[in-house]
Design a protein. Structure first.
Length: 141
């Protein structure tokens, strides 16, 4: 019997860019509010023996309410990023927030584009972001 592979992504770095928006749509005659978009996280990563700086795009999406009609904690987390966190693009590297993303996953983003061509690429999806206030105290092994 095959076993499902673990698909868990953890990212720590500087919040580089925020491109999140709120909106709403109609589903089964009801208005559904949501928040979604992407952020970029700047990390230092060793590649081929060299330390390089990378901006990792992370896609985020959540409805405001769960299927049971209760507040969605993922929405609150993403909304906090939109309204309270500051990015490197907005304030520079010295004042930008350091963040941690845990529980993210890599999924395939697949769709048919113009001309009927299948576009397929991996994408990091996350719902929860926390601010790192003290790099030494907050660091977890």
């Amino acid at each position: 019997m095959l076993k499902q592979a673990e698909n868990s992504v953890k990212i720590e770095g500087i919040l580089s860019e925020i491109d999140l928006k709120t909106g709403s749509t109609t589903k089964n005659g009801k208005t559904v509010e949501y928040i979604g978009g992407s952020i970029k996280v700047r990390v230092n990563q060793a590649l081929n023996g060299e330390n390089v700086e990378l901006d990792i795009p992370v896609y985020m999406f959540a409805n405001k309410l769960t299927n049971k009609g209760t507040p969605n904690p993922a929405y609150a987390s993403i909304e906090r990023v939109l309204n309270e966190y500051v990015s490197l693009a907005a304030v520079g590297i010295d004042k930008a927030d350091r963040i941690r993303i845990t529980g993210a996953s890599i999924r395939m983003n697949e769709y048919y584009g113009q001309g009927g061509n299948l576009n397929s690429y991996p994408r990091i999806n996350a719902s929860f972001v926390t601010k790192i206030t003290d790099l030494n105290k907050d660091r977890k092994s």
